[in-house]
Structure formats: C-alpha cells, structure tokens
Write a protein that binds this ligand. Structure first.
Ligand code: UDP
Ligand code: MG
Length: 228
C-alpha cells in the first residue's frame, strides 16, 4: 500500500460546465490518498454556486479569490495550501486525464525524480489547434535553450513536484506566464526533472479555452525574463 499523499491543485475560472465532472474524475483516479484543492479565481458564470452546493463535500479545500488573478495566481494560492508529499496541477477542464496520474507521479513517489512533466508530444500524435501546437513546440525549444533542459512540452498542464520544491519557489507570473517561469526556476534548482508521455483531449475556444496569442508573446518574454 502506498501511504504517500498526492495534492491535486485545481485552478478554476468560469468552468461551470466542467468543474463537477472534473472533480468526479479526479476522485476516481487510481491514487489511494489524495488531497483535492480547488482555487476559484473569482468565477462569474455560476461556478461558485456549483462549488458550494455540489463540489464542497467531495474535496479537501475550496479557496475563493476575491479578484480574478489568472492561472498563476490561482496556483500560488493552491500550492501554499497543499500538505501532500507530491503536488500536481490539474486544470478544471477535461483536456487531461486524471487516470494518468500514476504515470506522472510514481517517479516522484518512488524517488526516481523530483519534478515530472507529462508531455503531450511524446508517444501519441497530438491533436488540437495547429497554431497552438506550433506555439507550444516553439516555446518549448526556446525555453530549452535557456534552461538546458531537453523538454518536449514545457507548456503542459501536468506538472508534478515534490511538495517542498514547489513551495520553495516564489512565483511572480499571474497568468499563463507561470509555465515558463516555473520551468526556468526549477531548472535552476538542479533537481531531477523527468518527462513522461500523456494523452491530450484539447478543447476549443468556444468550449472555454482561455489561453491566446498574447499569452504566447508573454511566454517569450517570460523565458527571457526568468533565464539564468
Ligand atoms: N484559469 C484561472 N484563472 C484565469 C484563467 C484560467 O484559474 O484567469 C484556469 C482555468 O479555469 C483552467 C486553467 O486555468 O483550469 C487553464 O486555462 P485554459 O484551459 O483556458 O488554458 P490552457 O488549457 O490553454 O492552458
Ligand atoms: Mg486547459
């Protein structure tokens, strides 16, 4: 039996169609001991009512922001509250599959890695917007130049960390700049970073995807800003 605990941090902004389903899938995922932390980033679409009435009894903690800060801000709040051995990020949509947690977190539970990224580019052929795919590849390569990591998917949501590591990093980016920032800061720590293949079920903008062109430009800036 594995006695280690996985903290799952869910940043959530206007996800009324997804949040309950997602939390149910997280609960069913094959990890024995989980701590589920939802951070509501000031949703205005009815998500809060769903959280209060339906999600609350299913999770460990719900934390409410009183202003919309962005994914990075929501994660910062969630990481502070985490108490498990390992922390993984889970977006509040269904683009990633919680059944794949063991693949991502077992290397840390088994002390083979300190940080694991789930890559959408290893293994299976990736779906989704062509432009997003190209942007992800480009940003990953650019980030690698500065970090000397050899990642294939820097922008992935599935990032898992030993709790002490993620709690030791000071995160400044409010929005999606979080991804290059954390990658640069982890690279500096000289810890063991591993990538494993994961599946990806992309959603469209109409289905609520919020990342956009400006976030891509910001990512380039962040790669430069947080370089060594
Ligand atoms: N998110 C957030 N605050 C925001 C925007 C997004 O907490 O201001 C959350 C959102 O609910 C989702 C995650 O951050 O759980 C990633 O957002 P999205 O799926 O739109 O972006 P992508 O999957 O393209 O990174
Ligand atoms: Mg998403």
């Amino acid at each position: 039996m594995n006695t280690k605990v996985l903290s799952i941090v869910i940043p959530c902004y206007n996800e009324k169609d997804n949040i309950l389903n997602l939390v149910k899938r997280v609960l069913e995922s094959p990890i024995e001991n989980k701590e589920i932390i939802v951070v509501d980033d000031m949703s205005k679409d009815g998500t809060r009512e769903i959280l209060e009435n339906q999600v609350k009894p299913l999770v460990s903690k719900i934390i409410y922001h009183d202003v919309n800060g962005g994914k990075g801000a929501a994660l910062r709040t969630g990481f502070k509250a985490a108490t498990g051995d390992v922390v993984i990020i889970q977006d509040a949509d269904l683009e990633y599959d919680p059944n794949e947690y063991p693949k991502v977190v077992n290397p840390i539970f088994n002390n083979e890695a300190d940080v694991v990224y789930g890559s959408r580019f290893l293994g299976q052929k990736r779906k989704g917007y062509f432009a997003n795919r190209m942007a992800n590849l480009f940003l990953t390569k650019l980030s690698n130049i500065f970090t000397h990591l050899r990642l294939t998917d820097m922008e992935t949501c599935y990032k898992a960390f030993k709790r002490e590591i993620i709690q030791s990093v000071d995160i400044q980016e409010q929005r999606f700049g979080f991804e290059p920032e954390i990658t640069a800061k982890v690279a500096r720590l000289k810890v063991r970073v591993m990538e494993v293949p994961i599946s990806y079920y992309p959603r469209t903008n109409e289905e609520g995807k919020k990342i956009g062109f400006k976030d891509g430009l910001r990512a380039i800036y962040c790669i430069w800003r947080y370089r060594k």
